[in-house]
Design a protein around this ligand. Structure first.
Ligand SMILES: Nc1ncnc2c1ncn2[C@@H]1O[C@H](COP(=O)(O)OP(=O)(O)OP(=O)(O)O)[C@@H](O)[C@H]1O
Ligand SMILES: [Mg+2]
Length: 597
């Protein structure tokens, strides 16, 4: 595709491919292939320079800034000729080295070209600003084009998956991976937008539900699942104002002719600890602050709450406002998603009430019984409010005094899982399904000063996925080369954490010790001194540090032990059995479905 044909991309064209004029200009730039190099630099990582000489294991180079440096000979990397500048597929480079890859991505990013291919992968750099590259005309322009026929884009990846599905008659999956804040969720939404546009019914008619509310069509419903799940499963973290605190695998199902037929969502590892605890620079789940924005005053009244988050300790340990988020606007988006998806009026209010109950829990007060180690309720006013919202008897609720945090987390998690279940029921149209395209968007890898067991699980999942990815994309590919008799030197592609993964995976021993330790919650638990915790691999990698100094064994493991016992509390289970709506309906359907599953 020449630049003249780029007109179909409209306003997006300059963000997708560099202009012809620039390509010609760079080609004419003087270049000496023998001496043009990248040199390691303590500040910039790599800088451009000219190789002056090589003696033994040393190399002398002059940087473009005029500094003469002596480095190891493996710290200078050959540069690609100018015709490769801002290349769209980095697999085409003559010299494929880290410096050349980073330089290319940086140059493209400087021109706001955020998508670049690297062989089979599409690399994306977060622009942190709205680019006109996802407009309807761009969707249309990518439709039906082969990968090499158009500039790199997530739409091209999506369209190719769709075409392969139809021609090979095989299910496809798109794996989106990267650190927290990299743009996984944004790109996942773009993939879904693409399929909703190209394979949707296009019928904008809305159905009227039995409750008289407007439901969206399937495309609208698939798209609406995101704002709802994000309101309850995303939060501001140190690295991302809208960080997904759960993983999801969305399957979009298509009929034989390639039309959308239904969808379903699987979620993983919702970070429950956030419901009762936040770091100073973070926030709990968006929904709490959306409700308190007072955009819908009737909710404040129904939930018996105030509009001041500081009145609720569970949700006000960190920040309460996020500059980039308008909580009132987001509340309207959440509420409209609930309608489009087709929740009933009773379910809708049930969701809000349970959220309100969780907020009240943090205010329940207990005092020590005289001459006893046990605690007893100190007043019933708050419990009365929470019990009313949950449809429970307040006396039953007060029996869970030693597990109020566990109750909050458990109620919140079960409500979240119940919502996913209901969303899946609504996205299941019963239309015939032939194939699916799956999109995996997991919670990003992170290292905090305080690493909970949940963070260990998230990091473990990321590492495991990365190993799977490396294995399939590189190791198996190399074996294919060998089979074909291609001369090839085997390269170890980042399987260095395999030992640590193996260690944690030894479920029978390690998980048991860990769960025992978490149950006892003793800071000096024998686990901390165990052989397992002292193993060099775990010491180094339990938090899977990549770019930071590993936290000490003790701090890391102690934090893991902070994970509280969940809701296996007899009083709590009894309380659950004597409930009315909404707790009852939600939990009952969740339990039945999860048992069936
Ligand atoms: N393509 C894009 N265009 C514009 N802004 C983007 C794009 N990708 C990401 N962003 C910005 O970066 C923010 C973080 O992106 P996103 O939430 O997708 O990260 P993530 O990889 O899902 O992180 P986490 O693992 O924390 O969930 C978004 O809220 C958005 O502001
Ligand atoms: Mg995300």
């Amino acid at each position: 595709m020449g630049y003249a044909e780029m007109a179909v991309f409209g306003e997006a064209a300059p963000y997708l491919r560099r202009p012809e004029r620039e390509r010609i200009e760079t080609q004419n730039r003087p270049f000496d292939a023998k001496t043009a190099v990248f040199v390691v630099d303590p500040k910039e990582l790599f800088v451009k320079g000219t190789l002056q000489s090589k003696e033994g294991s040393k190399a002398i180079a002059k940087t473009n800034a005029g500094q003469v440096v002596t480095v190891k000979d493996n710290e200078v990397f050959p540069m690609n000729p100018p015709k490769f500048d801002k290349i769209e597929d980095m697999a085409m480079m003559t010299h494929l080295n880290e410096a050349a890859v980073l330089y290319n991505l940086k140059e493209r990013y400087a021109a706001w070209m955020i998508y670049t291919y690297s062989g089979l992968f599409c690399v994306t750099v977060n622009p942190y600003k709205r680019l006109p590259v996802y407009k309807q005309e761009v969707v249309v322009a990518y439709r039906g084009k082969k990968r090499q026929e158009a500039p790199p884009h997530i739409f091209s990846i999506s369209d190719n998956a769709y075409q392969f599905m139809l021609t090979d008659r095989e299910n496809q999956s798109i794996l989106i991976t990267g650190e927290s804040g990299a743009g996984k969720t944004v790109n996942t939404k773009r993939v879904i937008q693409y399929f909703a546009t190209i394979a949707g019914s296009g019928d904008r008619k809305k159905d009227i539900s039995p409750s008289g509310k407007l439901h969206g069509n399937l495309e609208d419903q698939i798209i609406s699942a995101n704002p709802l799940l994000e309101a309850f499963g995303n939060a501001k973290t140190v690295r991302n104002d809208n960080s997904s605190r759960f993983g999801k695998f969305i399957r979009i199902h298509f009929g034989t002719s390639g039309k959308l037929s239904s969808a379903d969502i699987e979620t993983y590892l919702l970070e429950k600890s956030r419901v009762t605890f936040q770091l100073a620079a973070e926030r709990s789940y968006h929904i709490f602050y959306q409700i308190m924005s007072n955009k819908k005053p009737e909710l404040i009244e129904t939930l018996l709450i105030t509009t001041n988050p500081y009145d609720y300790p569970f949700i006000s340990q960190g920040e309460i406002c996020v500059a980039s988020i308008d909580d009132s606007e987001e509340l309207m988006a959440t509420d409209s998603a609930i309608d489009i998806l087709g929740f009933t009026g009773e379910e809708r209010i049930g969701i809000y009430k349970l959220t309100g109950a969780v907020m009240h829990y943090g205010n329940m007060k207990f005092k020590q019984k005289q001459r006893e180690e046990q605690a007893e309720p100190d007043g019933t006013e708050v419990a009365d409010k929470a019990a009313y919202l949950m449809g429970l008897n307040s006396a039953d609720l007060l029996k869970v005094y030693n597990s109020i945090g566990a109750l909050a987390k458990s109620v919140y998690e079960k409500m979240f899982l119940w919502m996913v279940l209901r969303i899946n029921q609504m996205l299941d149209t019963k239309q015939p399904r032939q194939f699916f395209i799956g999109v995996l968007d997991i919670a990003g890898f992170e290292i905090f000063d305080f690493n909970s067991l949940e963070q260990l699980c998230i990091n473990f999942t990321n590492e495991k996925l990365q190993q799977f990815f490396n294995h399939h994309m590189f190791v198996l590919e190399q074996e294919e080369y060998k089979k074909e008799g291609i001369e090839w030197e085997f390269i170890d592609f980042g399987m260095d954490l395999a030992a640590c993964i193996g260690l944690i995976e030894k479920v029978s021993s390690n998980s048991y010790v860990l769960s025992q330790a978490c149950t006892c919650k003793k800071k000096n638990h024998p686990l901390l001194n165990s052989q397992w915790a002292s193993s060099p691999s775990l010491k180094k990698n339990v938090c899977f540090p990549r770019h930071q100094t590993p936290p000490s064994k003790t701090s890391c493991m102690t934090n893991i032990l902070e994970n509280p016992t969940t809701s296996r509390n007899p009083s709590l289970s009894k309380a659950r059995q004597r409930h009315t709506f909404p707790w009852c309906t939600m939990l009952a359907s969740w339990t039945t479905a999860s048992q069936a599953g």
